[in-house]
Design a protein around this ligand. Structure first.
Ligand code: NAI
Length: 519
């Protein structure tokens, strides 16, 4: 049976009136609760009150709230300076400084003031709920209620259970989050919970690609936006978050996993922090900010003539969108069902990245090969990223570029590295998500929801892997692991299992039933 939400007439306590506390208080007020907002600093309380009032005023101006509702909502907000302010609260959400000993001390103090059945939740983004709960006589009432910034706008709430958290408490908090208009996702208290764990490769692989000279930062960002469909590239996003914060999250997850190479912080980001280049807030991070600073250029191939004809050999999967568009532009297309899944253009070939190097494909195929990076939606992607085998001469490169341009795409060349940019990033995200499922951090649907709502991914990593085919994703991981020889790229057992299960399913559907269907 699912638990009921905390009723609207119950009082909610919020401790810590900073960025997050003010946002959470606004959500609870808007849901109709009385809110006791507690902070050690009177100025923080005044700022929080002003922030909430400002947001409500803007809603009134836009006609989304009437003035009387605004006044009633503000009347339900009661500031308090000490923990006694939470005495009659059914749910208290803590949003103080991210420090275990401060949180433990606060939770122990809160327990002295609240009723036995009150729920004590923490908005921590990185501290173990189990560790915070240790301070309590009733640790089963302690739960994570992790909102995302800006809390009033972001729909995701991770409901995090520590070792002692009762399922009734977690379900009550989830139901309450839902009643507050949020989308709760259940997670087990493990480092980074869902979002801060599964998102690590988005930054980690980007820094790795930059260090390896795949392309410059603006080009990597553009590929992940235009081809991957991500709202922001990893470097512009890390500049916005702040490299100090982003690096600290990676470091916390890396340390909590006892130095697992999957989460190893990037040396280059460490250098940015050491240099004080923290991103937008210091005017310089990966990029430089200022009124007169031009946007950094994205590397792009100049126009090349299209070849008059091409030959498609074997199944080329989503690259059909390119072939169809080239055909519509007047390129003659010859097709054979058999073959390596490549498009032959003037003595060279290109195909979709499978995590192998273009030069490996060239050795196998006997002709120079180029590899094309993955796209979220081949029908609308404005850009194609391509890596050429080093031995491909200029006329053949230009013929492939010309063909992709004839298909209406901007073409960006990247270095011949395993999995290029999008394929490698998406495979790593899906692999991390699969591992989180395998270790029962959260369910498949919950992880996809968390990544779409918490960090605005265009598709959940597992939905994405399913659409591409688990076999292709597992193949990219296997090739990354083989070529780098690093455990960082080990394919999750769950990913391999899903691949085997889907192959088994296909095999079964090909086998004739022993008893013929007579219907
Ligand atoms: P903040 O620094 O804006 O606000 C913290 C507030 O807590 C300050 O007003 C401070 O005076 C008050 N405070 C500190 N110790 C206190 C105590 N013992 N008793 C009462 N008040 C106390 O911090 P922010 O960004 O709001 O973060 C709060 C919590 O939320 C942290 O645990 C953080 O990890 C988490 N979080 C932060 C997110 C963000 O994007 N800022 C996102 C999700 C979670």
């Amino acid at each position: 049976m699912t638990a009921a939400a905390i009723p609207e007439n119950a009082t909610i306590g919020i401790v810590g009136a900073g960025t997050m506390g003010a946002g959470i208080a606004q959500i609870a007020l808007r849901a109709g609760h009385r809110v006791h907002l507690v902070d050690a600093d009177a100025a923080a309380l005044a700022r929080a009150r002003a922030t909430i009032a400002g947001h409500l005023d803007r809603m009134v101006e836009k006609g989304r709230l009437d003035a009387r509702d605004r006044d009633d909502t503000m009347d339900r907000l009661r500031p308090a300076s000490g923990p006694a302010g939470i005495a009659d609260c059914r749910l208290v959400v803590e949003a103080i400084v991210e420090d275990l000993s401060a949180k433990r001390q606060l939770f122990a103090g809160m327990e002295e003031h609240v009723a036995d059945d009150a729920i004590l939740a923490s908005n921590t983004s990185s501290i173990s709920i189990t560790a915070i709960a240790r301070a309590l006589a009733r640790p089963e009432r302690c739960v994570g209620m992790h909102f995302f910034n800006p809390a009033p706008l972001m729909r995701l709430v991770e409901v995090v259970s520590g070792l002692a958290t009762s399922s009734q408490v977690a379900e009550t908090v989830a139901a309450t989050a839902r009643a507050w208009g949020k989308d709760p996702v259940m997670a087990r208290s493990t480092p980074g919970f869902i979002v801060n764990r599964v998102a690590r490769p988005y930054y980690g692989e980007a820094f790795r690609l930059l260090e390896e000279g795949a392309a410059d930062a603006a080009t990597i960002d553009a590929i992940l936006r235009d081809c991957g469909g991500f709202r922001m590239g990893p470097f512009e996003l890390a500049d916005l978050i702040g490299h100090d914060v982003n690096h600290a999250v990676t470091r916390t997850v890396f340390d909590a996993f006892s130095g697992d190479p999957r989460y190893r912080p990037a040396l280059f980001q460490q250098e940015l922090v050491a240099a004080g280049r923290l991103g937008r807030k210091t005017g310089r991070g990966i990029y430089t900010y200022g009124n007169d600073v031009p946007s950094p250029p994205v590397s792009e191939e100049p126009p090349c003539p299209a070849p008059s004809s091409i030959r498609v050999e074997g199944g080329i999967g989503p690259l059909h969108a390119i072939v169809d568009a080239a055909k519509a532009a007047g390129v003659t297309v010859e097709t054979t069902a058999e073959g390596p899944g490549m498009i032959l253009v003037e003595g060279a070939a290109f195909g979709l990245s499978d995590g192998r190097l273009a030069i490996e494909h060239s050795l196998d195929g006997g002709y120079p090969v180029a590899l094309v990076d993955w796209c979220l939606d081949w029908n609308i992607s404005p850009r194609v990223a391509v890596a050429f085998c080093a031995s491909m001469d200029e006329p053949r490169r230009r013929a492939i570029i010309g063909l992709l341009q004839a298909a209406g795409r901007k073409v960006t060349t990247v270095a011949d590295l395993p999995g290029l940019v999008v394929a490698r990033t998406v495979a790593m995200l899906a692999n991390e998500a699969a591992e989180a499922v395998h270790l029962r951090v959260a369910g498949e649907a919950g992880i996809d929801t968390a990544m779409k709502l918490g960090v605005n991914y265009p598709r959940g990593p597992l939905e994405w892997a399913r659409a591409i085919g688990f076999g292709h994703v597992a193949g990219v991981m296997t090739n990354l692991r083989r070529l780098y020889g690093e455990d960082r790229y080990r394919p999750s057992l769950r990913l391999q299992y899903w691949n085997l299960a889907s192959r088994h399913q296909q095999h079964r559907s090909r086998v004739q039933p022993l008893v013929p269907d007579r219907s």
